[in-house]
Design a protein around this ligand. Structure first.
Ligand code: SF4
Length: 475
């Protein structure tokens, strides 16, 4: 199957403490977060003595059935959906990761990517640690287990002081739940409440499904402990400049979520309005590339006065794999997901609006499909600047060389994708759209990273390994 050339979301986390239907609510929570990871799903639960775990490869609804949920006993639970950004896509990397160490059972769920995971892992291995997965989240559990601190919470904080990079973490023990966000706050993590019980989720859309009330975000560098119905907070990590991932607003998060204190739909509409001002064009109709282009297209339409029409219809019901025809069908991988509405496109001057161009291959196929449906002109508009650099904080961006904007000018990209004109939104406009832009990371557009980063190849060479050496990252 041809791959859909998009940045891949990272992971989604959901936790709940002291609720009679904990596992079922966690199931619904990760169901609402499915867009953040479709490769595996898992839930750990606590019956206050033991932890139970069920996880597997695939969508939440495929992994869990009544029997599996019934085995998740207890009144607290931690759920996770995963797309692998570090570590291969395999069931031993699925989360939560459950370990039994001298401190007792611990389940961990992680969203983000550690920038020093490989170095820490090699040091731990040289000290005799045995890893069961290739996921960098397991490093955190080893650090917790080896800490000499008296309490698990102190050991957790000590581990946080050693790791670098992006993490929104939730840890479940038989008695309580700990949640933490890295000092830069790269990935979102929010607190809510339902029926008097605390809930934690990567995005607030998970709260809406279970009728939970959104209370607040976990702060950068904050560690929260939830036990029964009480919540304690501490700020044990050094202060850093905020660097929230701006791509959460451009593409990853659901438009109905409040992320980093702002509704994603509002940010996307603003991006569309700015795009209409920065790259106006005479056109008959605006066509969003579904689904993430929709909110921005409404903004573009409001600002420009050009009507919006759904000229591309997305098929939402494609599984992880499907049987391809033996005889090749042109642009099959994209066509199976997007179908053009000829009546809307035929003979029209189209503004085709998408959230990003990665390699350019999918954009090119979409342009071909729209052109084949009779479009007279295609003006491609993007609600982000050109992506020129990789992400080290948990988003699966291809290597620099594969990013079309790292080697080609806007004119060259326009020619490559076959559009009549191409316009990218400026970074300044993106940051104005999300408000309070100084709190955001935009390194994939600027190549300026908010933290020190040692690329994994360099970390490997420090340990005398080649890139294909032991534990080489497999995506
Ligand atoms: S580099 Fe880009 S994708 Fe990665 S955290 Fe920063 S803004 Fe987000």
């Amino acid at each position: 199957m041809q791959t859909w050339d998009k940045l891949k979301e990272e992971c989604g986390i959901f936790g709940i403490v002291s609720h009679p239907e904990a596992a079922r609510i966690a199931y619904l929570g990760i169901y609402a977060l499915q867009h953040r990871g479709q490769e595996s799903a898992g839930i750990a639960s606590s019956d206050r003595k033991k932890l139970h775990l069920e996880k597997g490869m695939g969508y939440v609804a495929d992994v869990f059935d009544e029997m599996r949920l019934a085995r998740l006993q207890g009144d607290s639970a931690l759920g996770h959906v995963r797309y692998s950004t570090a570590g291969e896509s395999a069931d031993w990397n699925a989360q939560p990761i459950l370990v039994d160490c001298w401190r007792g059972p611990i389940a961990l769920a992680h969203n983000g990517n550690l920038t020093n995971a490989l170095s820490l892992r090699r040091e731990l291995e040289r000290d005799g640690a045995i890893f069961h997965s290739t996921s960098d989240s397991e490093v955190i559990l080893h650090l917790i287990s080896r800490s000499r601190r008296r309490s698990l919470q102190e050991a957790f904080v000590e581990a946080l002081r050693m790791i670098q990079g992006a993490y929104s973490l939730v840890l479940l023990t038989p008695e309580y739940l700990l949640a933490a966000r890295d000092p830069n706050g790269f990935r979102p993590l929010s607190i809510g409440r339902v029926d008097g019980s605390y809930v934690i989720a990567s995005e607030t859309c998970a709260f809406d499904l279970i009728n939970a009330e959104f209370i607040r975000d976990i702060e950068h560098g904050e560690v929260v402990r939830i036990e029964e119905n009480s919540l304690e907070s501490q700020l044990p990590l050094p202060k850093r400049n905020p660097a929230q991932c701006v791509f959460e607003h451009i593409y990853f998060s659901r438009p109905d979520s409040i992320v980093f204190g702002r509704t994603v739909n509002t940010s996307r509409r603003e991006m569309g309005k700015h795009l209409a001002r920065e790259h106006p064009v005479e056109a008959d109709v605006i066509v969003p590339v579904p689904d993430s282009g929709v909110s921005a297209s409404i903004g573009y339409s409001q600002e420009s006065g050009i009507p919006l029409e759904f000229g591309l219809i997305r098929n939402h019901y494609i599984g992880r794999t499907f049987i391809e025809p033996k005889q090749s069908i042109r642009n099959f991988g994209v066509k199976v997901k997007l179908n053009p509405v000829r009546e809307i496109l035929n003979g029209k001057r189209i503004v085709l609006l998408d959230d990003s161009i990665v390699r350019g291959t999918t954009s090119r196929k979409i342009v071909q499909i729209v052109r084949a449906a009779g479009a007279k002109e295609i003006h491609f508009r993007v609600t982000a600047p050109p992506i020129v650099a990789p992400c080290y904080y948990g988003i699966d961006i291809p290597t620099r060389g594969e990013l079309i904007a790292s080697t080609k000018s806007v004119e060259e990209i326009c020619r490559f994708i076959g559009a009549d004109t191409l316009g990218y939104l400026s970074l300044d406009a993106v940051l104005r759209s999300v408000m309070d832009g100084h709190r955001y990371c935009s390194a994939c557009f600027t190549d300026h990273y908010p933290t020190d980063v040692i690329p994994e190849e360099k970390q490997r060479s420090l340990f005398g390994e080649s890139e294909k050496g032991p534990g080489a990252k497999r995506r």
